[in-house]
Ligand binder design. Sequence first.
Ligand SMILES: [Zn+2]
Length: 377
Amino acid sequence: MASASDKNRRLLMDLLETDGNGNCVDCGVAEPKWASSTLGVFVCHSCSGLHRNISQISRVKSIFMDPWEAEEVKFIASAGNNAAVAKYEQKIPAFYYRPTNTDCMLLREQWIRAKYERKEFIFVDRQEPYSAGYREGFLWKRGRDNGQFLSRKFILSEREGALKYFNKQDAREPKAVMKIQNLNASFQPSKIGHSHGIQITYLKDNSTRNIFVYHEDGKEMVDWFNAIRAARFHYLQVAYPGAPDTVLVPKLTRNYLKEGHMEKTGPRHTEGFKKRWFTMDDRRLMYFKDPMDAYARGEVFIGSKENSYTVLAGLPPTTQGNHWQFGITIVTPDRKFLLACETEADQQGWIAAFQKVINRPMMPQEYAVEAHFKHKP
Ligand SMILES: [Zn+2]
């Protein structure tokens, strides 16, 4: 005879089949195998670990391995993922970043804390740290010369359309003024070597500049990130009046299409191959001597196939010098770029990233960007 616990487990498994419960309520990954007996939601293994950090609010157990009480199952049946979304996600600002299972641990942890612990999306006044249009505070910023992190004051002002930082606490003049118009921020924990690390990029004289920052407190760092997104959202709403949120939200911040080491040679193709760190930021291919350099050694615009851009596996047979085995040739209207990867997997990954933008027709504003690249010395 089946035990009461087995019966409860079967009821839970039936609930998994009902609407909304087939995906993790927090990150969306399919087939969750854990449930919270106090929140009444189904979560994936990875998110269940983050629920343990808020054990006073969420008690998680494995659907298949742990014993279940009839009362717990009854509560989960009365709640479920859809009900939890309706309650805990009722007032999420359009600009707020919703992490998925591929995002870093910090973003996912703070998302879960924001929802259930701080209830930020039930009580709108708790969103002030990122929705007020102004934010100031100290961040650890990586110094350009020795790579040490130093405490720096940052001010984000939607009204001024800028993020600024100051080298001295009492300094009147900011060390840098980064326009919200071309600001980007992305979490880069492994590159920066800190689980809260963010890379902020902006354009100066039409070249990309990087700074690397973190805050010891995870909530503060994610609040900064969402404050930047909020400022970008309001900037874009003014720049593109009437554009729907679905068009603007993907433009707020972006992750890189691909990053990693490749070798490259110079414009004459006789300079010898040098190992560089490459970053593919939408149509902008940049290369750096060090992954955390403040600015790129070079930037290449990658247009579309309609405009005579092509990517090919391999290198021309006349290629000189020692280089990694797996070549890539990028053909642009001006010249060929010869690159080499250490492994075939790297080569395939880079070709896929290049093809993604080459196969996408260029938008009118991208022609202006392309023209700017051509006028560079
Ligand atoms: Zn999950």
